[in-house]
Design a protein around this ligand. Sequence first.
Ligand SMILES: Cc1cc2nc3c(=O)[nH]c(=O)nc-3n(C[C@H](O)[C@H](O)[C@H](O)COP(=O)(O)OP(=O)(O)OC[C@H]3O[C@@H](n4cnc5c(N)ncnc54)[C@H](O)[C@@H]3O)c2cc1C
Length: 389
Amino acid sequence: MQTDIIIIGTGISVKLTALYLNLHGFNVIVFHNQDVNQDKSNLVTFLSSGSIKFLNKILGENRALHNYEDIKQLCCIHHNQLDKDNFQFNFDNNKEDFLGKIVPNNKISELLDQLIHSNENINIISNELIDHLKHHHNHLEIITKSTSSISAKLLIVADGKNSMIKSYADFNFITHDFEQTALSITAKVDRKSQNIAYQYFTSEGPLALLPYSKSHSSVVWSLKKHSQILNFSEKKLQDEINNILGSKVNGFEIVNFQKFNLSFSFAKKLFSKRIAITGDTAHSIHPIAGQGLNLIIKDIDCLTKQLIKYKSLGYDLGDSIALNEYNKLRKSDNVAYSFGTIILDEILSTENKYVRKLTNSVLKSFNQSERLKRFFVDSATGYTNFKNL
Ligand SMILES: Cc1cc2nc3c(=O)[nH]c(=O)nc-3n(C[C@H](O)[C@H](O)[C@H](O)COP(=O)(O)OP(=O)(O)OC[C@H]3O[C@@H](n4cnc5c(N)ncnc54)[C@H](O)[C@@H]3O)c2cc1C
């Protein structure tokens, strides 16, 4: 079997990559792991307004995302019940009508699956396991455990942060264990204001209130691994969060919660010979700024643009000139958000009162600088990347 591009993985990144490449005329085969077909997590994603534009390109006439509330303001609160110096600041100076939307991951997957399964040009292989890869002069070959062979000009790997590619010497990763567990909570929440997401910087760790429907919101609370809160009963956890959300809600009732260990992984290079990486394989970052999937979407857009450009100039799809350009163009954004979120998490959740005081004054200055805030909003909402989409 032969194709332009083989993509390996089963998550949202693979579905987005396959559909976006196909939209631009490339033939793709997806190597899917059928054992992890269903995303059973209760995670939601803050999709920036730029990412929503990108998704709408893929979803076309499907208006399913329109039903999700527009987030027009992100209210950040430096929270410490004992500290009188608490303060808050808002991000709302957006060039688009809204900052983004919060959508459950299983809804995003469901919408993409419907399109993939009805697309005759996307071939899915879900009953084969990969045995090894063989490099040839002008193509790459995947040999499966059942000895079938599939050839392509380019292989894109997006099989998550524990990727098979980690055993290939060509790729190097920077890794770090945050020693944190994120509590992802689905809750019935009666909010006092609409169109606002909240980020509380508590001394236990950052807590985000992410509304995705009139009656339901998600709370993501990144806690230190030894935090007592991870052992709280549902009732005690509910009281604790009610205490923090305080004046912003009339009621907060937990529906379910799950735990996710947080670790960091960052690929020093996004390609090697005829192989490109994307998704959490390329960078798996702290959820504090809600940017993981948004960065991935910018990567997919950039990779696709380079493949189109260099194909039109007569290069073959796996040529390192296009892949090198992808790597170069995505470097600064990926480094800024991946390592920036580590620093942000460290300084905002410290218990040291002197550092907290210093952080408070830095954040107050930041809050007063409209220029700095606008620069940050333009980048985090994907405005800079997707204004012409
Ligand atoms: C608590 C939390 C909150 C988050 N909040 C946000 C947010 O608000 N905004 C945001 O932008 N991002 C957010 N993220 C990040 C976002 O969820 C991830 O970046 C995104 O889901 C990664 O998708 P992926 O497809 O790259 O990886 P994965 O979801 O890990 O998918 C990869 C899949 O490939 C499968 N696989 C492995 N090996 C193979 C193989 N050989 N063949 C086929 N398949 C294989 C794996 O089993 C896995 O299912 C959050 C993450 C967490 C943990």
